[in-house]
Design a protein around this ligand. Structure first.
Ligand SMILES: [Mg+2]
Length: 228
């Protein structure tokens, strides 16, 4: 099998954090700008954290700068930690097949990483709650780039380093739950396995030309796409 790099998205793909990220961002905008509604007019799924904050600042007519974005994200992290720590685990779900797929990918010698719009500490907070963060050896994050194709490329390059191979010799598979994951994968010449565990159906995801769209990672089709 061709050397393989897997880049897993976080929200909607690995876990359902039941809106803790959104609430923490709303809290941050409320604390800093008294505008809880800053991010209520657009869809967050598939967006990177810095892109969400930039758009929120634009919506409320605030000054948009790298410093302002960083300030909101710092306020967000403190609140995220609190919300994630306090949500009951029965409401904070790991999607079907996730743990077994990660185990199988490590056993197969794949490079197992993240490809997520979350900034690094946000991904760590969200995934550590369910003991998943340490299962990933590297990643591309919202901390690397505001646009998704660029952060996915960073993740792919780190995966190739892990394998000790040039990226051109590796198969890269992005596993994600939104059309933005699919577009980012295609932008860097990677494949995308789309999972309907977020807010998009198999039919909706399939329209965007992914290699395979599946209900969840436990399906035979998903396993074949990653390991056959
Ligand atoms: Mg997602």
């Amino acid at each position: 099998m061709q050397p393989t790099i897997l880049l897993f998205d976080v929200d909607g793909t690995l876990i359902d954090s039941t809106g803790t990220g959104r609430v923490a961002l709303e809290d941050a905008f409320e604390a800093l700008y008294a505008r809880r509604d800053a991010i209520s007019s657009f869809r967050l799924d598939g967006m990177t954290d810095p892109a969400i904050v930039r758009q929120g600042l634009q919506v409320i007519g605030a000054d948009v700068s790298d410093a302002a974005i960083t300030k909101v994200l710092d306020a967000y992290l403190a609140r995220l930690e609190h919300h994630v720590a306090n949500i009951p685990l029965e409401r904070y779900r790991v999607h079907p097949g996730v743990r077994a797929t990660i185990d199988r990918a490590h056993a197969a010698g794949h490079a197992v990483g993240l490809g997520t719009g979350n900034i690094v500490p946000g991904a760590k907070i969200k995934l550590s709650r369910v003991d998943l963060y340490e299962r990933f050896d590297f990643g591309g994050f919202g901390s690397d780039a505001e646009d998704r194709p660029t952060l996915i490329r960073h993740g792919a390059e780190r995966g190739a380093e892990r394998l000790g191979l040039p990226l051109s010799r590796c198969r890269v598979v992005v596993i994600g739950d939104t059309p933005k994951d699919i577009a980012a994968a295609h932008a860097i010449g990677a494949q995308c396995l789309a999972v309907a565990t977020g807010h998009f159906s198999v039919a909706e995801l399939a329209q965007h030309g992914c290699m395979r769209a599946v209900e969840h990672l436990e399906t035979e089709a998903a396993q074949n796409a990653l390991f056959a």
